[in-house]
Design a protein around this ligand. Sequence first.
Ligand SMILES: Nc1nc2c(ncn2[C@@H]2O[C@H](COP(=O)(O)OP(=O)(O)OP(=O)(O)O)[C@@H](O)[C@H]2O)c(=O)[nH]1
Ligand SMILES: [Mg+2]
Length: 298
Amino acid sequence: MNYRSGFVNIIGFPNVGKSTLINSILDKKISIITKKVQTTRHRIFGILNKPKLQIIFSDTPGFLEKKKYILHKIMMQYIKKSFEDADIILLVTELGKYPDIPQIFYKKFKEIISKIPIIILINKIDKIGLEYRQNILYKTINHWSNIFPNIEILPISALKNINKDLLMDKIYKFLPKHMPFYPKNLLSDRNDNFFINEIIRKEIFNFYKQEIPYSVEIKTEFLEKKTNTTYIYSIIYVEKNSQKTILIGKNKKSIKILKYFSEKKISLFFCKKISLELIVKVSKNWRNNYKKLKNLGY
Ligand SMILES: Nc1nc2c(ncn2[C@@H]2O[C@H](COP(=O)(O)OP(=O)(O)OP(=O)(O)O)[C@@H](O)[C@H]2O)c(=O)[nH]1
Ligand SMILES: [Mg+2]
């Protein structure tokens, strides 16, 4: 067989650039990126199709030490699952950072280390000038090779595309010979509604402070594609009335700004004119309620 296809699962610490990496490889914003930790909440497949090649990348939430909500437990389940169905694992770390791997995931690594190829990526090598980089890079490589001896380590910059080709070559080498798992024109396992929800959530990360972005979830209820415009109706769920007040803002100023920018970004994503209606609703304690979480796509 002349075809290669497999699952490459991106796993790692919060905020190290996992979503930046998947977007850079696929050259499409399939996963939202922010400056804050715990941005990614789902496991998102991004599919790379080339002649005689299909790679299914999956982005995952960052490792979490404390599981304050049921939402966090579910996020950690997504990571655990990613250890189980991978053909290749990319463990993403960051230059000059030496965090401990939570015990539960360290155990997972030990279980699979002799069975599944792992590549440790040291991301963000661009953030330090060349004159100091070597020294810190050496220390970072040393750190990870002590924890995981004999595992390949590759310094990269997902943001600046440094060593992307080299990474793709390495992935290709490990990729099983297999026919494609998905139709060749598919870019993701997620539908339009999911991307709309995530784009709005990213804008909320941009405009609101502290707990607000973490207490919201979006559900797009309605989407109608007409010739010139797509009409979208999305609900923003918050946990408390006080959060609803903040989200809407005085004289609805904040929600109007949010709507304006979300509309623009959704338009860009779909290359279509968008008309977005945003409604804010309180869903008490949704982060700690299995039924509500299920209804929100978890
Ligand atoms: N300088 C630099 N910054 C980067 C690089 N990759 C990602 N970043 C930045 O790091 C921050 C976090 O990036 P994300 O891609 O959201 O990180 P993540 O690992 O997906 O984060 P979570 O989903 O919260 O776990 C963003 O501000 C990115 O712009 C890189 O190669 N170089
Ligand atoms: Mg992410």
